[in-house]
Design a protein around this ligand. Sequence first.
Ligand code: GLN
Length: 199
Amino acid sequence: MAGNPQVGVLALQGDFREHIAVLRGLGADAVPVRRPEELAQVDGLVIPGGESSVMDKLSRTFGLAQPLKDAIAGGLPVYGTCAGLIMLADRILDGIAGQQSLGGLDVAVRRNAFGSQLDSFETDLDIPVLGDVPVHAVFIRAPIVESVGANATALATVADGRVVAVEQGNLIGTSFHPEITGETRFHQYFLDKVRAASR
Ligand code: GLN
């Protein structure tokens, strides 16, 4: 690939602007994706945080769900945060009636898993693939990865051992939101995959 990778951010709903800003700060050519023609142009995709049940409905309404599934199956690097992780999970627990995901990650993800007492919280996580400095993670009505299938790998756990970041081939998912804390290592890790995949 010549020049910067062209990276899309699914912009149906949620905090896509924050992801675009982080990706541009890292030198990527980041663009919003709302239509299949836009998806076809990108070398990688971020699915932002927001509300997965709404994102699911909008992606089906706008004819993006099947192209997204095809792109994931075809090896497109995709990074999902929070609602984006739910969209990438093969199995959703506590979804709304009829809620579907795109799938790709061999995991079961439970929505809103930290309970109403602990809607939002921040903590530092050790994430060995990103180096020695802990990642400051913000969780907002966050899902957890309740089970990790044989094809996926856990990248991070909270103190009680629950999994909050996973990877499988070109797919990455985090329960938390690096895009709002100034943390750029997950996006850099993702861009490395995008560059490797587009070579
Ligand atoms: N609770 C939301 C959902 O189910 C996710 C929240 C978020 O993305 N911050 O999609």
